[in-house]
Design a protein around this ligand. Structure first.
Ligand code: ADP
Ligand code: MG
Length: 286
């Protein structure tokens, strides 16, 4: 099996929000970043994958298992990390292990205790005494101790200090090194993606904007700059999220659209540029 996650035509509507026919796949051995502005449907997508929300339409396969008809097998292969922990605050780390391990036949006690050492988590500590970064690591230690093939994290780096963020991203990179694991993590911190992600899925207000390799994503766009007199109607039509200055303009453009405007100043676009320009005020990219 080549894909550890396959999402096909996934849809869900709430009043005032429609997650619309989202399809993407994540190959085994890679890290995918799920991006999009707040309210775009990242958490909804993750909850639908984990079958924590009822979908309206579509299909999800987790490590080859249908997330509904084969829910048990799907759950045994996936680890989920949310930005608020799902353990009781009063539990000690040892009690967390006791509670979680019963759900997994292949729970590896030694591995869990090694991971606690590595992450500097004392087994006697109560969950509420752990920092946010520590709680995140505890959830990761659990997932690693039953050898979850696919790890899904919702905004794992938000609210972490730079050192903990760096550590977390390293842990994720190491986890996929053997080619037998995959990671999907949502983030609005594009720096995390530049460093860690192989693939990007960008959801913009419920619609899939892009899913593919990170390089393909940045190669699709350029930043163009020019003087006011260069901003012709033909060009304006092609620009995404124009910024006007007294002397000129700056905008995002699809690389394919650039060919007709070869006289303009062009720079490569970063992930940040793409996300920012496609979300300029009042402009929901269709
Ligand atoms: P993101 O994680 O990208 O910030 P979410 O998936 O949390 O976005 O939310 C997408 C949209 O769906 C938002 O407009 C949010 O208000 C709405 N939404 C999320 N969960 C529910 C729910 N349980 N009931 C109603 N609306 C919801
Ligand atoms: Mg969210």
């Amino acid at each position: 099996m080549d894909n550890f996650l396959e999402v096909s035509n996934l849809s869900k509507s709430f009043s005032g929000f429609w997650l619309q026919n989202i399809s993407f796949s994540l190959p085994k051995g890679y890290i995918m970043g799920l991006i999009g502005p707040n309210g775009s449907g990242k958490t909804t997508t993750i909850k639908l994958i984990l079958n924590m929300l009822k979908r309206d339409n579509g299909e999800v396969k987790v490590v080859g298992f249908d997330n509904i008809t084969d829910e048990k097998a799907a759950k045994a292969n996936v680890g989920a990390v949310f930005d608020t922990n799902y353990f009781c605050d009063e539990w000690t780390v040892t009690q967390v292990e006791a509670a979680v391990s019963v759900f997994y036949k292949n729970w590896d006690k030694n591995k869990f205790s090694e991971l606690l050492k590595r992450f500097h988590i004392a087994p006697t500590k109560k969950v509420k005494e752990l920092s946010k970064g520590m709680q995140m690591k505890l959830m990761i230690a659990c997932a690693f101790s039953y050898d979850a093939k696919l790890l899904i994290l919702d905004e794992p780096t938000s609210g972490l200090d730079p050192v903990s963020r760096d550590e977390l991203l390293k842990i994720l990179s190491e986890y996929i090194e053997d080619g037998e694991h995959s990671v999907l993590f949502s983030t609005h911190i594009t720096g995390d993606l530049e460093r860690t992600a192989d693939y990007i899925t960008y959801i913009n207000y419920g619609k899939l904007f892009f899913s593919g390799s990170k390089d393909e994503f940045t190669d699709m766009f350029r930043i163009v700059k020019g003087g006011r007199n260069e901003l012709t109607f033909n060009l304006s039509e092609k620009l995404i999220g124009v910024r006007n200055f007294s002397t000129g303009f700056e905008a995002l453009i699809r690389a394919d659209d650039l060919k007709q405007f070869s006289h303009l100043d062009v720079e490569p676009a970063t992930i940040d540029d793409i996300v920012v320009f496609t979300n300029q005020e009042g402009e929901h990219y269709e």
